[in-house]
Design a protein around this ligand. Sequence first.
Ligand code: ADP
Ligand code: MG
Length: 235
Amino acid sequence: MIDAAPAAIAVEGLVKRYRSGGGTLDVLRGIDLAVAPGDFVAIVGSSGSGKSTLLHLMGLLDAPDGGTVLLDGVRADDQPTGRRDRLRNTAIGMVFQSYHLLPELDAVENVLAPLLVRHGPLAWLSRRQAARRDAEALLGRFGLAGRLHHKPRQLSGGEMQRVAIARALVTRPGVLLADEPTGNLDADSGAGILDALVELNRADGLSIVLVTHDPAIAARADRVVRLVAGRVEDA
Ligand code: ADP
Ligand code: MG
């Protein structure tokens, strides 16, 4: 390949082990995975195969025992904590099976939270109006224009997950990491979430890494890889 753009996110030789009760569990034994800009990759594997562990490492939430994580071709896992936090806040969006919304905040305020973290309280004062318009537009795009001021407890599961996706995207990351995002949803709500992800991938070129144990969901991705015994194979 000539002049190939660097992967949006890649891991090389990634190793992770957990020590517990005197024993060692080798969860990831050398994972190589490159996600091109605009690629939609599904990661499947049985329960306990290390899917969440891999996604956490890709999201810089935890450090590997070996190997590297690269964002746009630049090594990210060995950066000091502050810089890693900034990278996570700018380059990566994450969603999980549980929505992790703040219960006291309404939908718009939940979506705005990462921008408040990014800018800090003082700079926030001059930015909040534009940010609020962005957040409202994102929520509108996910069919939540009529739910802007609902608290999480006033929303359905599918609506909460759409708020969580809007929050993940309000910082305009190039990569979305999603860990079983439809795991707590009924089939219809889950399909709606998948439709939203596919649309973000196709229309906006968002790179997506989606962890799922559901083959029907994985089939919506461009590419499926399987985690087996700590390594990836094409599924
Ligand atoms: P998956 O998401 O594929 O179900 P996980 O990545 O959550 O798998 O876990 C992989 C394995 O690592 C499991 O056997 C799990 O029990 C173990 N594990 C995960 N997190 C920890 C931890 N913090 N300490 C010890 N063991 C862990
Ligand atoms: Mg998991």
